[in-house]
Design a protein around this ligand. Structure first.
Ligand code: AHR
Length: 487
């Protein structure tokens, strides 16, 4: 591997490490919030503390599909007066609207996260959305700002990131891109800038390889869009039949999931090319607003709650995906892994008072040094991972330089059997030493953390990185991720 320390491959925005919390399963209730002795929902301090350790640059809410089903007026005012609604999308449970605008934005303040609020285009009106924007953001005298004050919040929250619908091609209304583009133009018109905040308007983007969606929406509404929200899930199997298992998989399941994770590169490349044709200045962000693994939910968990375990396999799909994002920094400025607690590829799982950090959480921890750093270009012989006559590139990497000039290298070896030696030379760097190194690996492909053994799989110090003849030589075990800090 040859790294050019004098060049830049782009700025790694912290917003690529964003999160997502939908009213789905145990993500909100029994996730970020728990009931106190009086039966009132309170924010979980342990969860917030754990999330603050990895840092939450932004948090997307209230969905997902739930966003186009959500009437924000139901979630303000005295809790006992808030109406209930049946969450038909996710498990058919009764949502009592205990967590609404004030509660979510208080959570963001605790997390020091920038909120991304997704408005209801599918079943709401332009007036609803414009009022919500005004309620949250208007600093002066206005009907909605006055209502906010009556509900106990004097100052506006200055929420900048605003989604205009979610998956409008599917659960958000099954629209054609032509129709959505017109609706987008209409809804976004009434998100007025105030002196404290202007809207950063995020349009529903494509599902996976729906290039026609990108083409039509960019062509018809691109001049009014700030971010286009691409959704890509990493599944082993198919949407229509059966998705793979989270824990009980063999090497074919390992291989297929890695292959699927790597598809992200092709998708971003192709959507970027379409966006480039309409927006050559690259003003519009490509936001990967939902990504992560989606398995069959855990047996015995509530149907529709999308609760799944998380193994070393999920972790390495995450590091490979983050590496791909870092190769597309001219467009990819924001992303949200789905979803933070107890849903899909979660950072944290809870069981009553107990909680655990998943292997994916530890990837976010190992990648923390890359945030707000400069990605360095490199050339890498990625080697080949072979399985049943098929091959994938074995090694994936990110190299970045932070403001203090320190270089961090993350290397993932997806090969579950073969260790590899990677020799790195750094052009433009005289002399170096390994400052620290940590590794995430295990003997089993499905190694994971459980409530009885919450730290079974955590990063540990790594002694396999040595400087020799002016090069960094890394002995990378099979199925591992390492992050090395170099001075
Ligand atoms: O993350 C779960 C669901 O996946 C979201 O609600 C939706 O946007 C997507 O289809």
């Amino acid at each position: 591997m040859t790294v050019d320390t004098g060049e830049s491959n782009g700025h790694i925005s912290r917003h690529i490490y964003g999160h997502f919390a939908e009213h789905l399963g145990r993500g909100i209730y029994d996730g970020f919030w728990k009931k106190d002795a009086n039966g009132d929902y309170i924010i979980r301090d342990d969860v917030v503390a754990a999330m603050k350790e990895i840092g939450v640059p932004n948090l997307r809410w209230p969905g997902g599909c739930f966003a186009d089903y959500y009437f924000w007026e139901h979630g303000i005012g005295p809790k006992e007066e808030r109406p209930t609604v049946v969450n038909n999308l996710w498990g058919g449970v009764t949502e009592d609207n205990s967590v609404g605008t004030h509660e979510f934005l208080a959570l963001c303040e605790e997390l020091e996260a920038e909120p991304i609020v997704v408005g209801n285009v599918g079943s709401g009106t332009v007036e609803d959305m414009a009022n919500w924007w005004q309620y949250i953001n208007h600093p002066g005298e206005s009907p909605m700002a006055n209502l906010r004050r009556e509900n106990g919040r004097e100052e506006p929250w200055d929420v900048h990131y605003w989604g205009v619908g979610n998956e409008s091609w599917g659960c958000g209304g099954h629209m054609r891109p032509e129709y959505y583009a017109d609706l987008y133009r209409r809804f976004s018109t009434f998100l007025h800038g105030y002196k404290n905040v202007r809207p950063f308007r995020i349009a529903t983007g494509p599902a996976e390889a729906d290039y026609n969606w990108t083409e039509v929406v960019m062509e018809r509404a691109g001049d009014r869009i700030d971010g286009l929200d691409l959704h890509v899930y990493t599944i082993d199997g198919s949407w229509s039949t059966h998705k793979g298992q989270a824990v009980n998989f063999d090497e074919s399941g390992w291989y297929r999931l890695m292959k699927r994770a790597m598809w992200m590169d092709e998708l971003i490349t192709n959507h970027t090319a379409i966006m480039d044709a309409h927006d050559p200045e690259k003003r519009v962000w490509l936001i990967v607003g939902e990504w992560g693994t989606w398995h069959e939910q855990e047996e015995g968990s509530v149907p529709g709650f999308l609760y799944q375990q998380n193994t070393l396999r999920d972790a390495l799909t995450a590091s490979v995906t983050l590496d791909i994002f870092h190769q597309h920094l001219d467009r990819v400025k924001m992303a949200n892994i789905a979803q933070t607690i107890n849903v899909l590829q979660a950072m944290i799982l809870t069981d009553g008072e107990r909680m655990l950090r998943t292997p994916t959480y530890h990837v976010f921890d190992l990648y923390k040094p890359h945030r707000e750093a400069t990605a360095l270009p490199f050339e890498l012989d990625r080697g080949q991972y072979e399985f049943a006559g098929n091959t994938l590139p074995a090694i994936s990497a990110t190299v970045s330089k932070n403001d203090e000039g320190r270089i961090h290298v993350s290397l993932t070896n997806i090969d579950p059997h073969q260790a590899r030696s990677v020799e790195l030379s750094f052009d433009g760097m005289k002399g170096m030493s390994v400052k620290s190194a940590r590794i995430l690996t295990a003997d089993e492909m499905n190694a994971r953390n459980t409530f009885d053994a919450p730290d079974a799989l955590v990063p540990v110090e790594f002694d396999g990185a040595k400087v020799s003849n002016g090069k960094l030589v890394v002995s990378l075990p099979a199925k591992s991720l390492v992050t090395i800090a170099i001075d």
